[in-house]
Design a protein around this ligand. Structure first.
Ligand SMILES: [Zn+2]
Length: 264
């Protein structure tokens, strides 16, 4: 039996032209499907798991109630340095509430720097620093980390392990075995405008859709390596609907998806 983790970013009540925004109503239809598949056994489908990156305020104001209406919980990966600091992101009381309601909290760096470009000192802040700040703020152990922009290499994975993280969540769309606890967990990034029918195909192992997405994702990752992160980010922003105020930290931290909700 295998699970498939989905990655969301921000929810808004209305449709948005920005790729990283999922309308609340659309998220509700996704949750309905996830609850149905989880309730009815998963012998003919991957078991869906929900994750969110960045720590947007909408995790608390919108996602929580929609998830709970469908009996679901999610993992929220938080950019620790933005909590209680940045408009549009959760406050500490909101994050504590989400955690107390039974949702899982993981780290997403301190300032969302792409880890592959970090010095040893920067890695310490982004990994150990983020974990400590979240643990102090929540009074709970933080053992999971999701990689900003999905960027990783063997040095980053090693640094994550040294910083005490037990599971690292990537943006490579891949189903994972549920028998063992995998150290590296793939996820399928969902952009706004993803239909339930598209999700059903992705969750159907027989459709081959997920394997196709994984191949596309690996090609895109290779393109990033050849072009360099900054050039790739500019090209991606031109070809996609990237929000102008997408936070950039240190000039290289804009979020770039590793798989789009297209191509099936
Ligand atoms: Zn992010």
């Amino acid at each position: 039996m295998r699970s498939l983790h989905f990655l969301y970013h921000e929810l808004r009540p209305a449709k948005s032209r920005y790729s990283y925004v999922t309308p609340c109503e659309e998220f509700g239809t996704h949750c309905e499907l996830f609850a149905r598949l989880r309730g009815g056994g998963t012998e003919n489908a991957f078991r869906p798991e929900v994750t969110f990156d960045d720590g947007h305020a909408s995790d608390f104001t919108f996602a929580r109630s929609i998830l709970e209406r469908h009996g679901l919980s999610a993992t929220f990966f938080i950019t620790a340095g933005w909590t209680g600091q940045r408009t549009g992101f959760m406050t500490w009381p909101q994050l504590r509430d989400l955690h107390a309601a039974g949702h899982r909290i993981g780290a997403h760096g301190m300032t969302h720097k792409l880890l592959t470009g970090c010095s040893a000192a920067e890695l310490e802040v982004e990994l150990q620093g983020a974990r400590k700040r979240l643990e102090d703020g929540l009074g709970a152990a933080i053992l999971t980390m999701s990689l900003p922009g999905g960027r990783a290499n063997s040095r980053v994975f090693r640094a994550c392990a040294e910083a005490g993280y037990k599971q690292i969540f990537t943006s490579v769309p891949r189903a994972e075995s549920m028998r063992e606890d995998p150290t590296i967990v793939g996820r399928l990034n969902l952009l706004g405008g993803t239909s339930v029918e598209w999700l059903e195909r992705a969750l159907d192992p027989g459709s081959g859709a997920l394997l196709k997405l994984e191949r596309v994702s690996r090609l895109k990752y290779a393109a990033k390596g050849m072009l360099g992160d900054r050039l790739y980010a500019r090209l991606w922003a031109m070809g996609n609907r990237q929000e102008p105020e997408t936070p950039e930290v240190g000039g290289t931290a804009s979020e770039i998806p590793d798989s789009g909700a297209s191509g099936l």
